[in-house]
Ligand binder design. Structure first.
Ligand code: SF4
Length: 382
């Protein structure tokens, strides 16, 4: 069973007030120790069931801010993956980078280490919005990081954007899209800002210090994104992701297709499909405790759950519905051995009649209206 490999680097220079990832603000970080732990965990997981002897399809360094690590550390990690599991020549290897933390030399080092796709958290090109979002970088740093990435040979470049920031206008969103497109990335991710429990923004919201944008305005911004990016050559292939054909993020596609993945690092989650169901597990979140556990026993699993067939079906449906192409009912049948309509026929009929699902041939996908209320549509299948 081929699998995707996710490697989590949990350190950041500062904690952004909207961020609910497992990321920790630090002025220094135990890079050598953490790198050694990642390598130990790769050796442990990569030589045990269910991933032993299986090829790696894609590798993704996420965080946190992986670009805080030296290229030499990233190279050591990739060497250990190659030695344990093997890395094919065409494996997509992505590294997330904060435009405020990368000089051209570091980018050249990541490229030489084997990284072939770079993803910059641009978020916005508007100084006031960057400040509001607590970002440590400027718009000019994003521009020069993108130029430098090209210069050192990154043919594949993603820019992340955030919209629906309080105070933002439709014109601001359009300007950000145009600024991003002008840098000629081969992929753009555009996320609607959400207020997640545990974040500083959520606390501000609870205290009445933040007023989210009106829902109609947020929907209009999302419609603008869906309209503008395809016109600029970036068709929408997932709820928040846009790229010309053949430039989709293969790593993320494997999540949305419900395939197996191994997560390495503090707080990383893994899933191994087995029969109709599978097993999910997750690592200790706190970096310090993660390090101690891996140094003691080679892994840092903190919990797990068995996914039964019916749960796996629901998850498979909602993940595939995130894709613009939607759910291929033939793939559902070959994965689970039964027809989509046997299990979800009545739910799907109700959602289709309600105008949020479309059915064409064997494909089931969200309508334009469905995209705007996607989370509530997904909940119907769980
Ligand atoms: S840089 Fe990214 S991971 Fe780090 S706190 Fe900000 S949003 Fe979260």
């Amino acid at each position: 069973m081929a699998f995707s490999l996710y490697i989590h680097i949990p350190y950041c220079v500062a904690k952004c007030p909207y961020c609910d990832f497992n990321s920790h603000a630090a002025t220094s970080w135990p890079e050598d120790r953490y790198t050694a732990a990642i390598i130990a965990e790769i050796r442990h997981r990569g030589t045990q069931t269910p991933f032993a002897g299986c090829p790696v399809k894609t590798i993704f360094f996420g965080g946190g801010t992986p670009s805080l690590f030296q290229p030499a550390s990233i190279a050591r990690i990739l060497e250990s993956v190659a030695a344990t599991c093997g890395i094919a020549d065409d494996t997509e290897i992505t590294l997330e980078a904060n435009p405020g933390t990368v000089a051209e030399r570091a980018l050249a080092g990541f490229r030489a280490a084997g990284v072939n796709r770079i993803s910059f958290g641009a978020q916005s090109f508007n100084p006031a919005i960057l400040k509001y979002l607590g970002r440590i970088h400027t718009a000019e740093e994003t521009r020069s990081a993108a130029r430098a990435a090209r210069q050192v040979g990154f043919a594949r470049l993603n820019l992340d954007l955030i919209f629906a920031v309080p105070g933002q206008t439709l014109a601001d969103v359009r300007r950000d899209l145009m600024e991003a497109v002008a840098l000629e990335p081969d992929h753009v991710s555009a996320y609607n800002l959400t207020f997640e429990p545990g974040t500083a923004f959520f606390a501000d919201l609870q205290r009445g210090r933040i007023r989210p944008l009106d829902e109609d305005l947020q929907a209009a911004m999302y419609a603008l994104v869906r309209d503008e990016l395809p016109q600029q050559g970036y068709p929408m292939y997932e709820i928040s992701n846009f790229a010309p054909r053949g430039h989709e993020a293969r790593h993320n596609l494997s999540y949305w297709r419900g395939e197996s993945y191994l997560g390495i690092g503090a707080g990383a989650h893994s899933f191994a499909g087995e029969g109709a169901g599978g097993r999910r597990w997750w690592n200790e979140k706190l970096p310090a405790r993660y390090l101690t556990l891996v140094e003691g026993r080679g892994e840092a699993e903190a919990g797990s759950e068995v996914i039964d067939g019916r749960t796996a079906m629901g998850e498979f449906v909602f993940l595939n519905l995130r894709l613009r192409s939607g759910l291929d009912s033939a793939r559902f049948r070959s994965r689970f051995g039964c027809d989509f309509d046997e299990v979800f026929g009545s739910v799907a009929a109700r959602l289709t009649a309600g105008g949020v699902l479309l059915r064409e041939g064997g494909w089931i996908r969200l309508s334009e209206r469905g995209l705007e209320v996607a989370d509530s549509v997904f909940a119907e299948f769980l």
